[in-house]
Design a protein around this ligand. Structure first.
Ligand code: UT7
Length: 321
């Protein structure tokens, strides 16, 4: 039994903030941001919350799949910025959708989160334990940024993407690769509340998000092509057989480097970071929905999905559309 994606969806907050808009409130420029990253604008949540965006994305994915919310066996939401630590985003989604028969839990694997959700779903489907699963990847990263740190806050955006997968004989996930290197975790840190109770005398303030951009960059350009090659080989294919590479949207230079290392034309690497920035666990499902809605995916196409980021973590999957 294979795990086939049968519907996708996405939702972005209404407010669009361009690089020029940011240059009015901090010492940055469109020239710096677009030449270093390829990002031109991003959507930032003002009125929206993550549950609302994820619910909208999930409804679109369910509609395309023809599966009703009550038929779902499981909801896996990948995020590090859920509205609450508890209940999880997936439990909030279960309530909003009326998916009364679904077990629900979140996966925190930063920008690899959607890949890990897909691969977890694939494992459940292969054991026969579940058949119809909703996957969501989404973030409201703007609330976790230090808006005085121009080196990180200009890079990220808010939004959510979703996919419904089901057990199928035809098509679906062919191979998965996943990994983690906690020893390098300090390259990208989003802090939670510190230890604090009546017995703690020197409780510290939150310091939000810190990223050693160059370390993460070096990790990405080395690890992502390797993971993709491993997954493609495991699927019994070569990179020439792949029609589309939907990879995490962190930096155009990283995407170009992956395309160069794999010797695959950039035409096969669709992007959304120009308008969305980096949405961590939301990047891959939002881009997947964009290419699906544009009609860029035909039945039988071979697709690579790949994510990388905080943890550090990485994952790649090869599937037949
Ligand atoms: O999703 C998680 C995965 N994350 C990533 O994949 C991120 C990977 N890393 C990157 O994309 C890049 O490393 C960055 C885009 C984050 C940074 O690019 P860089 O070429 O490594 O720049 P840098 O950090 O070396 O900074 C160069 C200069 C510095 O000035 P000095 O010290 O050379 O005078 C910074 O202060 O650029 C300055 N700078 C800025 N200037 C204008 C940093 N941020 C800004 C800014 N506007 N927003």
């Amino acid at each position: 039994m294979k795990t086939r994606i049968c519907g996708t969806g996405s939702a972005l907050p209404k407010l669009v903030v361009t690089n020029d808009d940011l240059s009015k409130i901090m010492d940055t420029s469109d020239e710096w941001i677009s030449s270093r990253t390829g990002i031109r604008s991003r959507h930032l949540a003002v009125e929206e919350n993550l549950t609302g965006l994820a619910t909208e994305a999930a409804k679109q994915a369910l509609e395309e799949s023809g599966i009703k919310a009550e038929e779902l066996d499981m909801i896996l939401a990948a995020t590090l910025s859920a509205d609450n630590i508890c209940p999880s985003l997936s439990c909030e989604l279960q309530r909003e959708l009326g998916a009364v028969n679904a077990v629900a839990f979140d996966i925190n694997a930063a920008c690899s989160g959607f890949l890990f959700a897909l691969q977890t779903a694939d494992a459940y489907i292969k054991t026969g334990m579940h058949k119809k699963i909703l996957l969501v990847g989404g973030e409201i990263l703007s609330k976790l940024m230090d808006w005085n740190d121009r080196s990180t806050c200009v890079l990220f955006g808010d939004g959510a993407g979703a996919a419904v997968v089901q057990a199928d004989e035809d098509g679906g996930v062919l191979a998965n690769v996943q990994g983690a290197d906690g020893a390098k975790g300090e390259a990208l840190v989003v802090e939670n509340r510190k230890v604090n109770n009546p017995y703690v005398t020197n409780s510290k303030e939150l310091s939000y998000t810190f990223m050693n951009g160059q370390e993460v960059y070096k990790f990405a350009v080395k690890t992502v092509p390797k993971a993709i090659l491993e997954a493609v080989e495991k699927a019994g294919l070569t990179v020439e057989d792949i029609d589309l590479f939907v990879i995490h949207q962190a930096n155009m230079r990283i995407i170009e480097s992956v395309s160069k290392r794999l010797k695959v034309s950039m035409d096969k690497f669709p992007t959304s970071l120009e308008e969305c920035g980096n949405i961590s666990a939301g990047s891959v499902p939002i881009l997947l929905d964009k290419v699906n809605k544009k009609g860029m995916l035909k039945k039988g196409d071979k697709v690579v999905l790949a994510g990388f980021g905080g943890g550090l973590t990485w994952g790649a999957s090869v599937l037949t559309w």
